[in-house]
Design a protein around this ligand. Structure first.
Ligand SMILES: [Zn+2]
Length: 87
C-alpha cells in the first residue's frame, strides 16, 4: 500500500530524502522518478514536494515512489528562497 510510513521504510527513498533535506538553505529540490509505465525519467514540477506516488501526465501512469528509482534535481541560486527582511 502506498502510505507515507511504508515509503519511509524504503532505504533508497530514505537516503534520497535525507540528502534532499541536507541541501543548502535557499535551494530548491525537485524530485525525479522513472515512470514504470513508459520508462521515462520524469521530474515533478512542484518544488520541495515528495509524494507516495507520482503521476506521469504524458502517459497517465501512476508510479509508486518506492518503485520509481527516486532521485532529485537541485536548484541553487539567487532569487531562490529569498529571505524576509525583518528590520
Ligand atoms: Zn510514463
Amino acid at each position: 500500500m502506498a502510505t507515507i510510513e511504508n515509503m519511509l521504510l524504503d532505504p533508497h527513498v530514505l537516503e534520497v530524502l535525507t540528502k534532499a533535506e541536507s541541501t543548502p538553505e535557499g535551494s530548491t529540490v525537485y524530485y525525479k522518478w522513472t515512470c514504470q509505465g513508459c520508462g521515462e525519467r520524469v521530474t515533478c514540477d512542484i518544488p520541495n514536494s515528495l509524494y507516495t506516488s507520482f503521476l506521469h501526465v504524458d502517459c497517465g501512469y501512476e508510479t509508486l515512489t518506492v518503485e520509481g528509482n527516486l532521485g532529485f534535481l537541485l536548484l541553487i541560486g539567487e532569487g531562490w528562497g529569498e529571505k524576509e527582511d525583518k528590520r
